[in-house]
Ligand binder design. Structure first.
Ligand code: NAP
Ligand code: MG
Length: 405
């Protein structure tokens, strides 16, 4: 009889929507509850319950992450017009991830889960590359104008003290377009702290890239804040661990990333991170094999899968059809959260459980047992396609073997 691993404090459990909600329960029942005396504070972020609570549940869950320090989140629907009808919503609620991010004030780190039988498109990549995306401002909080006639566009700042500054953006001779962007020193500094902390945590070098040769004040501020934060807080620890902080221009970074062996964290401004994370995940194999963790500057962690609720598979599931949805990224959200809980509470068994759970996933995949999205990518093993339930059952067998039960 296996003695379940005890926990001393709870983690925040955020349930979600559609196919990932189905996987969530299967993962808990088969891979967590038989082995861990699980303590969670449960928040149902499924769209119906968000609607019932006027989205208060999302805010409560984010506050709980701040209080308890570790959370695990299932993928959730971000409503659009179609979802308004489908779920008869009272309001088009905001993206839960956006809400949680703005309450935790964090940075999102995305890392591909790699296996020997799935080769990255870039053949010299030997280790995963983690993208750290700044999640505030720039083009995502910009305002835009369409210009229909000749005239002068200006950038104007009116300070509360009476300070007045203005610069001419352009003297338009005809039609054109305009955009105003901003960012905040506070947010950039948080971003920097999260990146350096995560680099130390995962013992990886940190790269940072902007375009400060062209954008001397705006991108220049990003570069300068990173340098200050590094010199004042992290330089010694980096030296002790033999880690490097490396700043370069974004175009130079792109070229170096392609030539590199991988194995570092690449911090990107909001837009660069949006674009580059899709490039990195696709080049490493699959969105279903990408972890995502939100790290706040004061050291709170929220783990999730990088993909969405896999709607297409859910509709098949509702039709009674068999689905072969990949649960790996969601399992890694749990293993990451349990390991971090163990680390924060000094419970070695819980940290080890996180490792073994991930190990059991690798054992399964390395034996060629895989979901539909992966079978065609695998090389050098005889790949066998299974449905989600059989895949999870196989992981459970391997986990039991590893834990000696
Ligand atoms: P998605 O759920 O990531 O799925 C897009 C497609 O990628 C799927 O149709 C599937 O391709 C493939 N895929 C993704 N995850 C997979 C997995 N685990 N196993 C196998 N295949 C997988 O993105 P979406 O369809 O654009 O969005 C669906 C919903 O998710 C939306 O309501 C959106 O708001 C939400 N969303 C939530 C989050 C989040 O909570 N973090 C992130 C993104 C999107 P095939 O159909 O070809 O098999
Ligand atoms: Mg994107």
């Amino acid at each position: 009889m296996f003695e379940k691993i005890k926990m001393t404090s709870p983690l925040v459990e955020m349930d979600g929507d559609e196919m990932t909600r189905i996987l969530w329960k299967m993962i808990k029942d088969e891979l967590i509850l038989p082995f861990v005396d699980l303590k969670t504070e449960y928040y149902d972020l499924g769209l119906p319950h968000r609607d019932e609570t006027g989205d208060q549940v999302t805010k409560d869950a984010a506050e709980a992450c701040k209080r308890l320090g570790v959370g695990v989140k299932c993928a959730t629907i971000t409503p659009n017009a179609k979802r308004m009808d489908e779920y008869k919503l009272h309001e088009m609620w905001k993206s839960p991830n956006g809400t949680i991010r703005s309450i935790l004030d964090g940075t999102v780190f995305r890392t591909p889960i790699t296996i020997p039988s799935i080769k990255p498109v870039v053949k010299n990549w030997q280790e995963p590359i983690t993208i750290a995306r700044h999640a505030y401002g720039d083009v995502y909080k910009s305002v835009e104008l369409r210009v229909n006639e000749p005239g002068t566009a200006k950038l104007v700042f009116d300070g509360e003290s009476g300070q007045h500054e203005e610069v001419v953006i352009h003297n338009f001779k005809g039609e054109g377009v305009l955009q105003g962007q901003h960012n905040l020193d506070k947010s950039i500094r948080s971003f920097a702290h999260s990146c350096f902390k995560f680099a130390i945590d995962s013992k990886k070098d940190l790269w940072f890239s902007t375009k400060d040769t062209i954008s001397k004040k705006y991108d220049g501020q990003f570069r300068q804040i990173f340098e200050e934060v590094y010199n004042e807080n992290y330089k010694d620890e980096f030296a002790k661990l033999g880690l490097e902080y490396f700043y370069t221009l974004i175009d130079d970074a792109v070229a170096r990333v392609i030539r590199s062996k991988g194995g570092y964290i690449w911090a990107c401004k909001n837009y660069d991170g949006d674009v580059m994370s899709d490039m990195i995940s696709t080049a490493f194999g699959s969105l279903a094999m990408m972890t995502s963790v939100l790290v706040s500057p004061d050291g709170n962690y929220e783990y999730e899968a990088a993909h969405g609720t896999v709607t297409r598979h859910y509709y098949k599931y509702l039709n009674g059809e068999e689905t072969s949805t990949n649960p790996i990224a969601t399992i890694f959200a749990w293993s990451g959260a349990l390991r971090k809980r163990g680390e924060k509470d000094g419970i070695k068994e819980l940290m080890n459980f996180g490792d073994q759970l991930e190990g059991a996933c690798f054992d399964t995949l390395n034996a060629g047992v895989a979901t539909k999205d992966l079978v065609n990518l695998m090389e050098g093993v005889e790949a066998k396609q299974v449905n989600s339930a059989d895949f999870i059952a196989c992981i459970r067998k391997n986990l039991e073997k590893r834990l000696g039960c």
